[in-house]
Design a protein around this ligand. Structure first.
Ligand code: NAP
Length: 251
């Protein structure tokens, strides 16, 4: 494994689930990886240890993407590894499963702050560092959306679906803004994926309940989604810009 030949990739929420798989795959592809996490230091530490054990470079950095001062600190830690060449805007929460008529303002606040404000703050900081118009060397931003953005997630978490709709608009608009500055901006919309997010939402058996709705007949593994994110970051996706790749097994 090369140690950072592709520059530095920041993966927000890189300690568990899709983010952890992305961090590992990115290190194997030659990135030095900044693994951001919110509170689970052990999981993030295991990702870093696995990367280092395979000969790669990585650092774990605690920080809440919804807090501007934390975001600035996360980017400082990332760029201490070398020049930033990529951001995977992955950190996200759904809030507890429920209906719009019953949702609390606290859930709405948390979901939109982390999923939307957090993604914007991280995108802003990435552009400030990677833009060729600001002395950067260019790079790529992958925004992690969800198939929920177009399905609406009725009866589960409409607020989460709406936050991912906002992410899709971020991808479209930012791609146009920075097209001439060496930065590609793309999205990925995973479908049902085997991670902790379902248990955190209050339904550990959610994948088993939903899997019959997926035309491919199974959930995705985090590693599969990570593979698609690595493709979008790579030169093989050099003409992908402003769009969001659906990786939903047909759902
Ligand atoms: P997960 O297993 O629950 O992991 C979420 C990660 O985000 C954790 O590392 C967590 O940190 C981090 N995080 C949460 N809040 C944060 C904050 N405020 N600041 C920084 N990091 C924060 O989730 P996942 O399923 O891998 O989801 C990753 C992304 O994929 C999310 O954007 C999600 O919406 C999207 N997605 C998931 C699915 C699916 O079925 N799993 C489908 C479509 C889209 P800690 O480890 O410290 O808690």
């Amino acid at each position: 494994m090369s140690a950072g030949g592709r520059g530095v990739l920041l993966v927000t929420g890189g300690g568990r689930g899709i983010g952890a798989a992305t961090a590992r795959a990115a290190a194997a592809a030659g990135y030095a990886v900044c693994v951001n996490y919110a509170s689970d230091a052990d999981s993030a530490g295991r990702v870093v240890s696995a990367i280092e054990g395979a000969g790669g470079r990585a650092v774990a950095v605690q920080g809440d993407v919804a807090v501007e001062a934390d975001v600035l600190r996360i980017f400082e830690a990332a760029t201490a590894l070398g020049p930033l060449t990529g951001l995977v805007n992955n950190a996200g929460i759904s809030g507890p499963i429920g209906r719009v008529a019953d949702v609390s303002a606290a859930t709405l606040d948390a979901v939109f702050r982390i999923n939307v404000l957090g993604a914007f703050l991280c995108a802003r900081e990435a552009v400030r560092r990677m833009s060729t118009a600001r002395g950067g060397a260019g790079g790529a931003i992958v925004n992690v959306s969800s198939g929920a953005a177009s399905r609406g997630s009725a009866g589960e978490f409409v607020w989460y679906a709406a936050s991912k709709g906002a992410i899709d608009s971020l991808t479209i608009g930012l791609a146009k803004e920075v097209a001439g500055e060496g930065i590609r901006v793309v999205g990925i919309a995973p479908g049902l994926t085997e991670t902790d997010i379902h248990a955190t939402a209050g339904e550990p058996g959610r994948v088993a309940r939903m899997v019959s709705m997926v035309p491919l007949g199974r959930a995705a593994s985090p590693d599969e989604v990570a593979g698609q994110i690595l493709f979008l970051l790579s030169d093989a996706a050099a003409y992908c810009h402003g769009g969001t790749l659906r990786a939903t097994g047909g759902l």
